[in-house]
Structure formats: C-alpha cells, structure tokens
Design a protein around this ligand. Sequence first.
Ligand code: AMP
Ligand code: ZN
Length: 705
Amino acid sequence: MTDSEAKSRAEVLRALIEKANHDYYDLHSPTVGDRDYDMWERELLQLEEEFSFLKTDSSPVRRVSGGLQEGFKKVRHDPPMQSLDKTHAKGELVEFDSFIGKSVSGFSYVIEPKVDGVSLSLKYSDRVLVTAATRGNGAVGDDITANVLTIGSIPRRLPPTAPAELEVRGEAYMTREGFLALNARQADDGLEEFANPRNACAGSLKQLDPKVTASRPLDVVIYNAGGVGCDGFSSHTEMINAFAEWGFPTTPWIKKAANIDEVFSAIDELEKLRHTFQFEIDGAVIKINERKFYNVLGATAHGPRWARAYKYAPERAETVVEDITVQVGRTGILTPVAELKSVFLAGSTISRSTLHNEDQILRQDIRIGDHVWIVKAGDVIPAVDSVITEKRTGSERIFKMPSKCPVCGGEVHREEGEVALRCINPGCRAQLCRRLEHFASRNALDLKALGERVADALVNSGLVKDVLDLFSLELSTLENLDLAEGSAEDSRSEKIKECELPGLFSKPVRKFGRNAQNLLKALEESRSLPLHRWLYAMGIAGIGVSAAKEIALAHEKFTDLPGSSVLKNVLENDLKKGKERLILPIKVEAAKSLLAFFESEYGQRFLARMESLSINPMSEKKNPPASSGPLSGAGCVLTGSLSRPRQEYAALIEKAGGIVQSSVTSKTKYLIAGENVGATKTEKAKKLGTIVIDEARLIEMLSGK
Ligand code: AMP
Ligand code: ZN
C-alpha cells in the first residue's frame, strides 16, 4: 500500500467511524453492527501504526467517543475516563498475557462481565453524592447529577467506614424488562422506540427533565476506582468488596484466575451466562487483580495496559428481507415490518421484525431483497442489526411508506413531533381489530377469551363495529363465530402451510364454541372493574397504564371525566408554564387527548352507550378516606394558586378525613380558594351552601384548630 492509498483508506474509515459514533452516541440510534464497527476501528489502528504520519490526536481511535451534549454543565475527569482495548480472539489474550509477564511478575487476573451500558463517574464529598457525570470525551463529561439522583440503587450517603472524599466509576444500564416496557409505552404514544437497552439508558440519562429519567428503570454496576479515595486497596477484588459494603451495587459475577488458562475457562463460563443478567453484556473484562502493578503498566491513549475487553461474537443470524409490509396499530400508527426468510436465532424461529418507522429504514438503508444480520434487542425482540451490503446484487428495492392506509385506504398523516404516520380514519377496520384486542388485554378488561384471532373474526364478521358492541353479543351467535374469519394474513404460519401444500388444505374452520360462554362471563364481570382499567381499555393516545391510574385517582367515576376541571387545569397550568405542574402528574398531551376524546363525536356516542349499558366505573382511591380526623367526611375543592402543590394539600386533606373533589357540587363543604380566584366562582359555591376558606384557614383546620 502506498502512502496515498493508506491516507485515503484512513479517511474512509474515519468517516465511517465518525458517522457510526454520531448515530450511536448522539442520536442513540445505531446504524452499524458492533462487529463491523470493531473491524473498522482495528483496521484504522493498524494503518495508523504502519503509516505513522497518519497518527493524529483527533483520530476517532485515539480519543474516547461519547459526545457531549448542550444544556449540561461540564465536569473534568481526573484521571481521564478511558475506554478499553478490545479483542475478539483468544490468541490476542495470550499476547496480552505474555506482554504483562514481561513487565511484571507475581500477578493474577480477575474477570468481570462487560456491562453494555453508559459509563458514569460518581463523586462523594463528606460522604454525600455531589456529582455524577458521563464519560463524555474522556477528559470532560456532562454533569447529570440531577438525573442520576433518580436512580434508587445509588447511595446518596455513604457509611462512616467509607472515605469522606471518594470517586467511583461504573456503568449505568436499563434492565431488560424495563426496556421492553418502555418501548411498548413509546410505541403507544407514537414516539420513537429505542434500538436496545443501552441506547434507552443513554437517552434516559441525557434528559433535561429529571422527572423523565425518574420514570425509566435504570440501575448501575460500580467496577472501577475514580481519582480519589481508592488508593488503599491492594487488589481489585478487595476494592469491589469494599464498594459493596459501602452500599454500591457491584457486579453479580466476578472470577479470579491464576493464569491465562483459567481466564479462558472464566470467559467461557461467563458467555454461557450472558443472557441471565439484568443487563446486557457484550463481553468479558480481564483485569490484573494486583493494583500495585497499575502504575508500572500505565495506559495508552485509548485505555489502561492492565485490562482488556474480550468481546463475544454477537448472537446474530443472516437472513433475507423478503418483503416489507405495513401494519396498522390501535391508534392508527403505520408500522413497517420486515418479512424475513425464517431463521433460527437464540432459541426461536424468526420470520418478522419491526422496522419501527420510515426514518429508521432510511437510516439503516434497509431494502427489500437485502441480506441482513438479525439480532435480538434486549435479548428478546428480533431486530435488523445491519445490512450486508457486499451481498447486494442491484435488484434490491427501496421501500416507501404508503400514502394511504393499507387496510382501509384512508388518509395518513404525520403529526408534528411524531416519527410515525397515522391512519386517521376513525372507521378503519385494522384499528378496530387492534383496539378490540387492547380492550381485552390484561391491564384493560382482561377478557382472556378474546385474543388477536377472535378480535379479527368479530370485526370481519361484522358482529363488532365498536368495542362496546361486545356487550350486545348473544351466546348463540358467539358460539357459532367462525374463527377462520380472522384474516389469514395475520397468521403467517398458516400462510406458509398453504403455499407449501397448495390445494391440500381448505381453510380450517374453527368455531368459538365453549369459549363464548367464558367471554360473556368475563364481560359481565368487567362492568364492575375500577375506573383506571376502563380508562386504559379505551385505548386513547397517551393514556397508558400509569396515566390512567393517575387520572382515575383524581376523579370519582367515569362520568366525571368529560370536561373535567382537573384535566383542564393541567392544560391551563401548561400555559402558565408549569407553576402548579404537580396537580396531576400526567403529560399535557394525555390530558388534551382525553378531553378531545370526550368532545369528539365518537366520544359522545361512547358516553351515551356507556350510560345506556348502565356502566359507570368507579375510581379505586389509593387510601380509603380516614373516617375520623378534623375534616371527617367533608367534601373539599381546591382552586386558585396555592403556595404548595395541590397534590400535597389533597393528600393532607385526605389524611384528615376529607374527600377531595374536582369541582364544587352540592356535596362540597369547603372551597379552598387560593389567590386570583374570580368572585363568580366563590359566589356560585356559596349559593350551593359551600363554605369558602383561604389557604391559611385550611392549614389551621388541618392541624385540628
Ligand atoms: P467501549 O465503551 O466499547 O469503549 O468499552 C469500554 C467501556 O466498557 C468502559 O469505558 C466501561 O464503561 C465499560 N465497561 C463495562 N463493564 C466494565 C467492567 N467490568 N470493567 C471496566 N469497564 C467496563
Ligand atoms: Zn386505516
């Protein structure tokens, strides 16, 4: 290779790596697989070694990537937070071992999981957590203290046995389960889903609003010393034990090894366990256990010489994207789905994988006919990791999202701030099928006999045109419901059977039969389910399980929801820029969409039908109101601006035996009027026999005066 060839190859590699870094660290949305990335990095390192004129400090392999973000204070790392040198080959670990053996003697190893999360530094002063920071570019990171404080397992204070001044380093991660639940929520709200737990974790930590971080299931593992307070330990294992004693979460798996053969057994053992941890791991970290050697061995610009990362081959499978189809969800969101040539990966056969949205397809440049690598995100959900571009023949087709709903032919819209396209036809059959399925799901009305196939059959047979039609179904019709009515499109295994053995199979006929009775019974029981279950069942955009619970708690019954002043307050407060944000801890969009639902024609009909079916679900209050106390049994309404969050007062009133109401009725005893309450409001209350008091009087009454 000539100098100029090397130079231009290095430029290509740098551009590839920089782009991948940007997608991964800044956009939290990776576009290449780990293996390709590592290969580029390696090739570039080799080139820079061989052609030393190419070596510059700004090369992406000579500095730590990770990106800094605007809006966060900066924190300097002393010593810098480094990366780790990586290898995929055991042979290179042998080299590593002999290199160490040449420099020092009397050493042993320790092996830990390489947690695939986000590096963190935690600083304690006087044993109190004062600063938490990301790795950033290694020398300087983002100060994310407010966000890290929301992670419950991180100690705020350390016991007296810990040094007063201390810095420890480790990795934040999102639990596997938490990741799946978060993505389900994101999809429900029409927001972009995260590619994997690592990206979800990074995105969660870089929130400007710690409340968002608090709602995300994050945890940490502490595995490294920082710049202060860790000098006294003779070995890494001793240090980790002390960390655990001081209250830090440490790695659940760690092994000592006397020599390189024991290192190999340990990394093999860990590989077998790799899917059993709460966090994803992408390899093993091999460290010298004796800390006295660390200074002697020193570090390169990239990472310490006393440690190596051994990366496991990603569990992935090659397959072909045979087609890209479009699914229509409950809220009308159009989701592109890759129809894959069936392939077996990590315990199951995979034939489809969601591609999330058009942006994601463009970013990953996935085309119909492409050979791709499939991985499992969070070890569960099949995902396209990367396209094997070398295998392109030129006959691949670029996918475009349809401009009409593929099921009903209705118009599609892309709403501002959303990545997804939606079918906005309220009568869309596909939406109805999925709404019905949602209506019957476990956190909704829990109608076990009603799954995807039955939902499709009920809609396709014309028996159900709206979810509430379920309540008019009769046993005889239901028993004879032909489940083959559920369109074969939705059941892929059947489609395959049919094409494999053409003509041999007529459409299987299966009747609903005995399950009809179970469904009717469950429907009868669902009438008395609490308000939050119904609210969630209605499947309104933005009303997930937790929003439904919060909203239900602030109301007494279903019929209080239309035009609810509590919900309107959420909107008003948003206009006032969040002065009293805490009245109801839900997103403004959720309140907006619920109010809009009841104002819509469909919402009005839904209300009327609920009334004619005599269904009016009641709220299940968290704490039944205390029967005694200074406000025993008194209905109270809070209005105007108060000096403390309304929620706080509501809790105090309930503790004192009062009943918090959302608006003044004849049953309201006290109207607590904060500042800026119009006279008309208080006059109206007085007419109903309500006593109007101010905040100061409320405080007196709460203390029993
Ligand atoms: P990379 O992010 O691929 O450059 O890999 C290096 C990173 O691995 C370090 O910066 C740490 O954040 C992370 N890491 C995960 N687990 C460990 C561990 N047990 N010991 C040291 N570093 C770890
Ligand atoms: Zn449609």
